[in-house]
Design a binder for this molecule. Structure first.
Ligand SMILES: [Zn+2]
Length: 342
């Protein structure tokens, strides 16, 4: 194991909650690999390139099962390179936590492997995924970020600041360029409620607990290690709701809580152990839905509701300081109420 260092992951990285666990961390060129159990590594990007989401590397006797593949084939290749610092076993199986581009577009980096995902994920990734509105929205955001940096560069004379902006411009240019290679592949094996892999000395359970962040989020659970990778169905904070089922989400998390886990590995942000946080997030989704429907029934447009929604009761628990809500989340709640969303 090259580059092994010891650290307290909870203290080094957590902005959400300080976790009680401490882990060995392997630093690679592009990733931090936290050893969360023997042969199980939680991979997070170190900022050298745009990985956008977390991944989980599960070593078995003769191969590796990977959960999520990052946002582009280029980021996927960087992940594979990082995997090679801890194991030379082949990556044979990939599990997609959900269909979103930032978790699933890295797939081509891993060649011809089996991909497991929920049938909803297969459906979404089988029909022109590159035209998906959530992906298209992100492309616009990437381009806007680059344009804003270029405008700042044009306005700045200070050489140190110019060099710093220039390096960020190159980072975003590389990320935007990397999108050209995107060629998403749907799961080759789909599942509905539950699937378990028993091979190679490791039990890997894949659970669908109900609709949440999308219509097909799965949690990957290692019962012996008491670890669960939750994708975006559960982060240390509220997740993006624009493709979500906000009124059902809290119950889905209630179902997830029936698993006996001690460590939660989310699709974004640091690992955490605090179960109480799940309760706050459940309550937040319930209150969010109620608040938006209240504004809708009062006759407000989605834009007005997004400006006025008040979830500041979650200031202390989830850091919601400001009035207002994400417009895409509000539009989603409106559309589901009108039954114009799928
Ligand atoms: Zn997502």
């Amino acid at each position: 194991m090259r580059g092994l260092i010891f650290g307290f992951a909870g203290i080094l990285t957590l902005s959400v909650a300080v976790s009680a666990y401490s882990q060995e961390i392997i630093e690679t060129k592009t990733h931090r690999l936290e050893i969360v159990a023997d042969g199980v590594y939680f991979a997070t990007g170190n900022g050298a390139l745009h990985t956008m989401s977390n991944a989980l590397i599960i070593e078995r006797d003769d191969d590796i099962v990977l959960v999520d593949s990052h946002i582009t084939p280029s980021a996927g290749r960087a992940l594979l390179e990082s995997i090679r610092t801890v194991s030379d076993k082949p990556v044979t199986t990939l599990i997609n936590s959900h269909f979103h581009y930032d978790h699933s577009y890295g797939v081509p980096a891993f060649g011809d492997i089996q991909i497991i995902g929920h049938e909803y994920t297969r459906e979404k990734l089988s029909h022109e995924p590159l035209n998906d509105p959530t992906y298209q929205f992100s492309l616009t955001r990437f381009n806007n970020t680059l344009a804003a940096l270029e405008a700042r560069l044009a306005d700045t004379g200070d050489p140190t600041e110019r060099a710093e902006i220039q390096s960020r411009i190159e980072y975003w240019q590389a990320h935007i360029k990397a999108q050209e290679e995107n060629d998403p592949a749907p799961p080759t094996i789909s599942m509905s409620d539950r699937m378990t892999l028993f091979a190679g000395g490791r039990e890997i359970q894949i659970h669908f607990f109900g609709r949440a962040h999308t219509g097909g989020d799965v949690a990957v659970y290692l019962p012996q290690e008491k670890i669960v990778f939750t994708g975006d169905m559960l982060l240390g904070r509220p997740s993006f709701m624009g493709d979500g089922y906000v009124s059902e989400w809290s119950q889905t998390l209630e179902n997830l809580k029936q698993l006996d886990f001690e460590l939660i590995l989310p699709g974004h942000g640091p690992a955490f152990t605090d179960r109480e946080r799940i309760n706050h997030i459940q309550a937040y989704y319930r209150d969010f839905n109620t608040e938006i429907l209240r504004l809708k029934e009062a006759g407000l447009s989605a834009e007005e509701a997004a400006a006025r929604a008040d979830l500041r009761a979650y200031k202390n628990t989830l850091g919601i300081n400001q009035l207002g809500a994400d417009l895409r989340a509000v539009k989603r709640v409106y559309a589901l109420k009108n039954k114009t969303a799928d």
